[in-house]
Ligand binder design. Structure first.
Ligand code: DCP
Length: 633
């Protein structure tokens, strides 16, 4: 659902930068012989020469389009060079393109806040840079900038800037346009890629503008042009209006262009579409959009998917499992490298699928998207994804015993957050100890018992970003967004973790990891808190079905936030936001403690023998900080 946000008071300078025929450019840089030739990139598929996913501008002149198959493209453009997307694990491997996109982003991000919106597009907030340029370089002398690039368009910008009626906002926008032109030049020089851009006072207008003149051009939208721009813009071209809402505007209100909305009062639009959407429609018809550019260079989620069109549809559990395993393998590799390189952890695993039933009586029924908390480690992700699929299939089939087929599958890891500061030592230690491609959550088998699997409302609303983000299987994404996402497992009640700690100490297990895995160990207790913590982060709706939820809320009220105590029995009790876990030093096998790196040993020992006061708050403690549940908003 679109969200109505008012524009901030002070004018902003926002740019949307989109690479031109991106995959084609990447392939042409790899093989310069392709430069200047009509070229397209095809997704591997033996059927009719594969599906085109990127078409170079030379090929577009012949009428080649993305919706075509390779055979058709060859028919209308016999010289077309069809390049196959690299393949790994039997599916497209987009790493080459992802990395190429990152190269450009690192250049574009140098002048202001940068939001990576997909594999090949970013939003930039250049307000500060534009203000600075304007204050340091008065408009009269701006023409000296970039003299060597002087071309007709830049001359137009300068002319426009020198107009006697140009106001402060226009001048800011002109400065933004010059900054963007410089960034695009730099990107071309350093990466050999061209891109196009839109510069306006908000994201919505900048995005519209970037697509208006391609390739290798940029378009500025001053406030005075907004009305004309929207007057002739078909509603379906507007972001968020491509689907049902846009269709309803056309059929129910007779609105074909965005500008047509101007004839309706805000109340009327609210009457039809509710307060929020009505307000949003009223705003966009006037070019108002307050969405901020979010500081994000890394993707919001990781997704990988595969389609199985026509006869390739998967019709057995075994074939589905095979593909689920392949997709999970790739996903696991990517989230692991995100964790290693960026210290980011994903919290939610979601499976989307498209399916049909043979002799279907209700063909409109969709395969429900399913999600659960994400456990790191390829095998665990595979196990969970298979369960998600089984559950989705059960719901999809209902009581019918009919044949079925799967025409697309995708797996996504979302709700990614930064690891809190101070987790470095213990995390590294665990990663070093655990066999490859596992991480923090692999440190304990107890996940199976202790993780409440829950519905993730928020994932549903964000579902559309999952694939859009990187894979750009846009169709799949919108499908995913419209699906119901619910839980596969019953939420298991969480135990309030109190001062009672396990009494058993398994002396046979010499490894610290085994110790951690021991179900009664203190560390188990800590990890439960950790899991709960990550789950809290992962679900803003906080387990509506989970009994524990209400209990914990009550405890919150009683205990308050953040308190560390060592009690008289020598237990280290941590209470945060109502969660309490206790550790008894006696439960820790000294040989196990000795295996820990010095920094961790020191920290743990300090818990039990604090240097000064026993009852002090220890907010700065790295381990405590990490394992403590997050304060709920
Ligand atoms: N892509 C894809 N499948 C799609 C759409 C796009 O795999 N259905 C990939 C290939 C594109 C890249 O994403 O090169 C970027 O998509 P864009 O929609 O930005 O299109 P292009 O960059 O190819 O062309 P344009 O110059 O029109 O932006």
């Amino acid at each position: 659902m679109p969200i109505a946000r008012p524009e901030p008071q002070n004018a902003r300078v926002i740019a949307h930068v989109d690479m031109d025929c991106f995959y084609v450019q990447v392939e042409q840089r790899k093989n310069p012989d392709l430069r200047g030739l009509p070229t397209a990139v095809v997704q591997y598929n033996s059927w009719k020469g594969g599906g085109l996913i990127a078409v170079g501008y030379e090929a577009r002149k012949f009428g080649v389009k993305r919706s075509m198959r390779g055979d058709e493209a060859k028919r209308i453009c016999p010289n077309i060079q069809l390049i196959q997307v690299p393949v790994a694990r039997g599916k497209a491997d987009l790493n080459l393109y992802r990395n190429a996109g990152s190269e450009v982003v690192s250049i574009l991000a140098t002048k202001g806040r940068c939001e990576r919106a997909s594999i090949d597009e970013v939003y930039l907030d250049l307000t500060d840079a534009a203000e600075m340029m304007l204050s340091e370089t008065p408009p009269e002398v701006l023409e000296e900038i970039d003299e060597e690039e002087g071309n007709e368009r830049e001359e137009n910008v300068r002319e426009w800037l020198r107009r006697s009626d140009a106001d402060h906002q226009d001048k800011l926008l002109a400065c933004g346009a010059i900054i963007v032109a410089q960034l695009r030049m730099k990107a071309l020089y350093e990466t050999k890629f061209t891109c196009s851009a839109g510069i306006a006072h908000n994201k919505m207008l900048a995005k519209l503008a970037s697509a208006m003149h391609k390739p290798a051009q940029q378009t500025v939208v001053p406030s005075s042009s907004v009305k004309d721009l929207l007057a002739s813009l078909p509603v379906k071209k507007m972001k968020q209006l491509g689907g049902k809402l846009g269709s309803s505007l056309q059929t129910d209100l007779g609105v074909n262009n965005v500008g047509d909305l101007l004839q309706f009062s805000q109340e009327k639009l609210q009457e039809h579409y509710g307060v929020n959407t009505g307000t949003w429609l009223w705003n966009i018809s006037r070019g108002i959009s307050g969405d901020a550019v979010v500081d994000r260079l890394l993707p919001k989620s990781h997704g990988c998917g595969k389609t199985f069109p026509g006869p390739q549809a998967l019709k057995t559990i075994a074939s589905v499992e095979n593909w689920v395993n392949q997709l999970c393998d790739e996903l696991s590799e990517r989230i692991q490298s995100d964790l290693d390189q960026n210290r980011r952890i994903a919290h939610t695993l979601t499976l989307h699928a498209r399916a049909f039933k043979e002799n279907d009586m209700e063909p409109q029924r969709k395969f429900p998207s399913k999600s659960c908390p994400l456990r790191y480690g390829t095998t665990k992700i595979q196990e969970d994804a298979v369960k998600l699929f089984d559950s989705g299939l059960r719901d999809f089939l209902g009581s019918q015993h009919v044949g079925w087929g799967i025409t697309s599958l995708s797996i996504a890891a979302s709700k990614i957050s930064d690891l809190p500061q101070g987790t470095c030592s213990i995390l590294k230690f665990l990663q070093g100890k655990i066999p490859s491609s596992t991480s923090l959550s692999d440190a304990g088998e107890f996940h199976k018992e202790s993780l409440p699997l829950s519905s993730t409302d928020d994932v549903q609303s964000k579902g559309c970003t999952v694939m859009d983000e990187e894979v750009k299987h846009k169709e799949l994404a919108s499908e995913a967004a419209s699906n119901d996402i619910d839980t596969i497992f019953q939420a298991k009640p969480l135990k309030r973790i109190g001062s009672s700690v396990g009494k058993t100490k398994d002396v046979r297990k010499s490894s610290i990891l085994k110790f951690f895995q021991s179900s009664n160990s203190s560390f188990h207790t800590m990890n439960k808190a950790c899991e709960r913590s990550s789950l809290d982060q992962a679900s803003s709706s906080s387990f509506p079905e989970c009994e524990e939820h209400s209990d914990l809320e009550q405890i919150d009220e009683q205990v308050g936030f953040s308190e560390d105590r060592i009690d008289s029995d020598g237990h280290h009790n941590q209470t945060r936001n109502g969660y309490t876990w206790g550790i008894n030093m006696e439960n820790i096998d000294p040989s196990v403690l000795d295996e820990l790196p010095m920094e961790i040993q020191r920290e743990i020992r300090e818990w039990f023998h604090p240097p000064k006061r026993a009852n002090t708050s220890r907010k700065g403690s790295s381990i405590v900080h990490y394992f403590s549940p997050v304060k709920k908003g």
